[in-house]
Ligand binder design. Structure first.
Ligand code: NAG
Ligand code: NAG
Length: 215
């Protein structure tokens, strides 16, 4: 008797061993009010029509367990779905035949964070696949973004402020340079005038001396 049970156990386990459930991503990170697509893949048997299909996807958190999605014998059972996910879950019917369970969850809430576990059962076996979802609060990110944006606008403001400032400096330098040039020219002029006048004085004095001598 025990032998038969063991044989049955080995046979069923090796049988269901050919049936695999995978997740395309084991961990998801999303922001509140955004949408996400959770995907499970499972072994399909092309020889057999696997229309007898069961799946139950549930969210496990520290405080509760809620049903995200339920298919019974290939038919969706919306009544099973938890109020939390009402009207927020869409699925791709056409890819289910290819062995893909694709669930689009919209308007994410922080309460959607947790472990998502899908139990799948076809004629080929029964397995489950799980993934984690972490939904961060909207106020956590925008605050950071705002800070970054604020820094950005600040720097742009200082940049825009810096431009007229530098223009002012440029004008100031120009004025100063012109003043310096004028000063140099003036001193040169003065120097020349002085030189000429001293020369004239000299010639005058020589003339005066000559006049004196002639007298
Ligand atoms: C599951 O993942 C394994 C390892 O990555 C891969 O070999 C197998 O084909 C996958 N099966 C399905 C049904 O996605
Ligand atoms: C969720 O994401 C936030 C922000 O990246 C991180 O700080 C936190 O540790 C994550 N929580 C879990 C359970 O992974």
């Amino acid at each position: 008797m025990i032998f038969w049970i063991l044989l049955l156990f080995i046979l069923t386990s090796s049988f269901s061993g050919s049936f695999v459930v995978n997740v395309t991503q084991s961990s998801y990170q999303a922001e509140e009010n955004h949408n996400i697509t959770l995907e499970w893949t499972f072994t399909t048997n092309t020889q057999r029509s696997s229309n007898v299909f069961h799946t139950l996807c549930r969210l496990f958190t520290d405080v509760r367990v809620s049903v995200l999605f339920h298919i019974h014998e290939g038919v969706e059972v919306p009544e099973s779905q938890d109020e939390q996910f009402a009207g927020r879950v869409q699925w791709d019917k056409d890819v289910l035949r290819e062995g893909r369970l694709r669930l689009h969850v919209s308007r994410l809430r922080t309460a959607d964070s947790g472990l998502y576990l899908c139990d799948m059962r076809t004629r080929d076996g029964k397995k489950s696949g799980q993934c984690h979802l972490n939904v961060t609060a909207e106020r956590d990110r925008p605050k950071h973004e705002k800070r970054v944006l604020g820094q950005g606008t600040d720097s742009s403001q200082t940049e825009s402020r810096a431009q007229p400032e530098s223009l002012g400096w440029f004008v100031l330098y120009c004025v100063l340079g012109l003043k310096a040039a004028v000063l140099v020219l003036l001193t040169l002029d003065l120097y020349i005038v002085k030189k000429i006048s001293t020369r004239q004085n000299q010639t005058n004095s020589i003339q005066n001396e000559a006049e004196l001598l002639s007298l």
